[in-house]
Design a protein around this ligand. Structure first.
Ligand code: APR
Length: 172
């Protein structure tokens, strides 16, 4: 039984220990999943984010979940795709690793991720998915305390690409 799962759904509705927000460096909200999470969490989320004074790309910061069913929100600014030769792959891997490190430090056993950087930030989905799955898989091998990580995909195409990436990784 894999501890990594791929589902299609709305991450704001997931009752897990932590959901990850594909944020920007200001941590002050935006569109996409960032906007959806802030709308669902309510104004207290932004109020707490204001106290964090931003976050570097590839790093992560944690807040409460407020009106969300999730206990925590882990905010991480993904890399903006600029052709792939500006460290984007390494920064994307760092997003997943930083979020999981924070989740483990805060006793989270279930963590849900959106597909970081593959929306507005234009990271090619077929390159982002293997990076995400490999990074999550390696982290889980070293951290049995985290019971399950899910990729919560907002559309069918995204789900299919992550399922393929997971299938490839499981073969190894
Ligand atoms: N649940 C799950 N996934 C979602 C949801 C949702 N409610 N809403 C959007 N998504 C998906 C998108 O379809 C995409 O697959 O999240 C993925 C990431 O897309 P974006 O939200 O555009 O995030 P990203 O590409 O990382 O760009 C971040 O966009 O919203 C702004 O403030 C944010 O500046 C930052 C930038």
């Amino acid at each position: 039984m894999s501890r990594i799962e791929i589902i299609q759904g709305d991450i704001t509705r997931q009752a897990v220990d932590a959901i990850v927000n594909a944020a920007n460096c200001s941590l002050l909200g935006g569109g996409g999943v960032d906007g959806a999470i802030h709308r669902a969490a309510g104004p207290e989320l932004l109020a707490e984010c204001r106290t964090l004074h931003g976050c570097e790309t590839g790093k992560a910061k944690i807040t409460k979940g407020y009106r969300l069913p999730a206990r925590y929100v882990i905010h991480t600014p993904g890399p903006i795709w600029r052709g792939g030769t500006h460290g984007e792959p390494e920064l994307l891997a760092s997003c997943y690793r930083s979020c999981l490190e924070l989740a483990a430090e805060n006793g989270c056993k279930t963590v849900d991720f959106p597909s970081i950087s593959t929306g507005v930030y234009a990271f090619p989905l077929n390159r982002a998915a293997p990076i995400a799955i490999r990074t999550i898989g390696a982290f889980l091998e070293a951290h049995p305390e985290i019971e399950r990580v899910r990729m919560v995909c907002f559309d069918y195409r995204t789900k299919a690409v992550y399922e393929a990436a997971l299938g490839e990784w499981m073969k190894k």
